[in-house]
Design a protein around this ligand. Structure first.
Ligand code: ADP
Ligand code: MG
Length: 347
């Protein structure tokens, strides 16, 4: 019998759109990828502009290395990267990016316009992209050293996604939260984030501010005046952690998920969160929630970074020992601040 085949390959454009929609679930995912690119490019200043929760406009301006004009033609093609050369490099990778997927994905579900200038060039170059391809040739433009990436009409071709997204204000809140968290860990980098048409910044962090000031800018004074330093080094585990966590005077019923970085990646890690919360549980009055900022370094070859871009849960070797050491260091630190407090109140 000669039946017509029912299984047919999807059109490439459909495949690309589906793949892009899996990596970029909401505007905040695009923002995070672009912010990481800016940090990878050695920027010390990152400015973000958002219109309609990032759906109309998401623009990020940095003062990093810029992109060579010659590289612009393949910038938004899939799996083109200046960062990773071989699979083995993955275990020692120092940059956020390595897959060369982010800009490509964004260009399949939005209009992307890049204006970029490297120091050696006299002028900037500007060009737009759609569906992975450069539209025309780069044109000379005015611009400072660094890169401006403008993303317009995100999800214009995925109507189902547009319908399921939260309100622009909620999408903006997610963006602001993400920028804020990154800004706490990225020492020497200044950040700003603003809604289109508003004159004030929703967030502004100076490049030279320390992590306490950064925490104040993002989470407010009630958090920043109630912090203690937490640090720990365990050579045999290749572990170094530093950060600030709330002391026992901090009163908050609102749970703030830990600001947790592992090897400079913003991650979530349930075992660490649970262990640290448990330690706080024995110090804080019932219902009170802590604030935790920790930047942890683990031997890069022990951390699995080859995870999907939208997955934040991290995995690493010797996790039980590492979590245990962090928890006991926190316990130590808190019991010390506790003594000084009761000492002060009784004297
Ligand atoms: P990846 O970061 O995984 O390499 P991306 O799609 O995010 O992939 O970016 C592709 C390439 O574009 C990067 O490797 C980098 O060379 C370049 N690039 C992207 N954004 C910037 C930027 N803001 N400044 C300088 N170069 C950039
Ligand atoms: Mg990237």
């Amino acid at each position: 019998m000669n039946r017509p085949s029912r299984i047919k390959p999807l059109q490439e454009s459909v495949v690309n759109k589906i793949a892009a929609g899996e990596i970029i679930v909401a505007p905040v995912n695009a923002l995070k990828e672009m912010m990481e690119n800016s940090i990878d490019a050695g920027s010390s200043s990152i400015d973000i502009l958002v219109r309609d929760g990032g759906l109309k406009v998401l623009q990020i301006t940095d003062n990093g290395s810029g992109i060579n004009k010659e590289d612009l033609s393949i910038l938004c093609e899939r799996f083109t990267t200046s960062k990773l050369k071989s699979f083995d490099d993955l275990s020692s990778i120092q940059t956020y990016g390595f897959r060369g997927e982010a800009l490509a994905s964004i260009s399949h579900i939005a209009r992307v316009t890049v204006t970029t200038k490297v120091k050696e060039d006299a002028c900037a170059w500007k060009v737009s992209y759609a569906a992975g391809k450069m539209l025309g040739e780069p044109k000379p433009a005015a611009g400072k050293d660094g890169t401006v990436i403008l993303v317009e009409n995100l999800f214009y071709n995925i109507h189902s996604r547009l319908r399921t997204l939260k309100s622009p204000n909620e999408e903006f809140a997610k963006i602001l939260d993400c920028v804020g968290r990154y800004s706490i860990n990225a020492a020497h980098v200044g950040f700003s984030c603003k809604k289109f048409g508003e004159s004030h910044f929703a967030l502004s962090v100076k490049g030279n501010s320390n992590s306490r000031d950064r925490i104040r800018s993002v989470f407010g004074r009630s958090v920043s005046i109630n912090l203690v330093d937490l640090s720990l080094e365990v050579a045999e585990l290749g572990l170094a952690a530093r950060g600030q966590v709330s002391n026992l005077n901090f009163i908050s019923k609102k749970a703030i998920s830990p600001v947790l970085f592992i090897n400079d990646r913003l991650v979530s890690c349930d075992p660490i969160r649970r262990a640290l919360n448990q330690v706080y549980g024995s110090f804080l009055a019932k219902g009170n929630k802590p604030f935790i900022f920790l930047s942890i370094r683990i031997r890069p070859d022990w951390v699995d970074v080859n995870v999907h871009p939208t997955k934040r849960e991290v995995r690493f070797l010797r996790d039980e020992e590492i979590v245990e050491r962090l928890a006991s260091q926190l316990e130590d630190t808190l019991s010390k601040v506790d003594t000084t407090r009761s000492f002060k109140t009784t004297s």
